[in-house]
Design a protein around this ligand. Sequence first.
Ligand code: XIL
Length: 338
Amino acid sequence: ADSLRALGAQQKLGIGTAVDDAHLGSDQPYTDIVANQFSVVTAENGMKWESVEPTRGTYDWAAADRLVAFAEQHGQQVRGHTLLWHNQLPSWLTSGVADGSISKDQLREILHQHVTDEVSRYRGKIWQWDVANEVFANSWDPNPLPNGLNGDDFWIKNLGEGVLADVFRWAHQADPKALLFYNDYNIAGQDGSNAKFQAVHDFFAKLVAEGVPVNGIGEQGHLDTQYGFDGKLFQADLQAYGDLGLKVAVTEADVRTFVNNATEQVPTSQLAAFAQPYEFSQMLTACQLVDQCISFTAWGVYDGDSWIPGTFPGTGYGLLYDVNMQPKPAYYALQQDL
Ligand code: XIL
């Protein structure tokens, strides 16, 4: 049967994966899957601020460069991830802000420089940039702003919400052709009130109306079979972003379940084992049915190298390939859908 990337290409849909620099090139089966199955790659960590500027003023582009070169060699497009985020910041920056040695004005200038330097380095080589990541409040966050932004977010707290429009402008100046995305989780098809979707939708409707260079919304797609998932609502929400004149993408798909242990990752429930490929399929199908949806990316290649077991203890089995790098029902479900 055809690869995911070949099937996606027939309908102009990018099929992507997050890539772990520790495996790329050195792990042949892993590298072959990345090359053969996917047309889009995202650095799982290699383009984050702590990776590229571990010491103030000293850049380390090695991992990011390797991924961009790999993509060029294999005819793949790159999603740049991510420029403004509260996590995985270098400690010189967070500690400098905490102890007052970096002032607010300096922080803003440091951010501007970071965005300019990173986006310029890969100018013309990045298809989509996740310019800002995870700045909206969840239902459980204690200090949402009236418009739904997270008042406790590092960037919002220190620089105010106007920094969001600015990072999009700075990124656009550095690479006018890259598609500039806002990326977050639970912003499509969310259970309950769908409030986070509404906040993101209304915020970016306003930015678009103001002429801020934002081009797309990325729904991460981190699902868990223990919570409900509404594929039709997921599609409707993606469509609503598309109707603003924005592209959309599923950027970090995985579907975790409870498992026996982190080594074998056998689902403890038969029902969950069936829900896993089904929810992947619902996310892909929604993307296929929304004209503006341009790519579908899984957050990692195989269950043996996924952030899930470490972040959500007791869960796993989230990706398309199992711990032995064999394709799972979820892989075949996507292949069928494509
Ligand atoms: C995760 C990576 O997968 C881990 O390797 C790392 O330790 C932490 O970050 N949302 C995002 C991603 O936007 O960057 C995160 O990636 C997962 C959640």
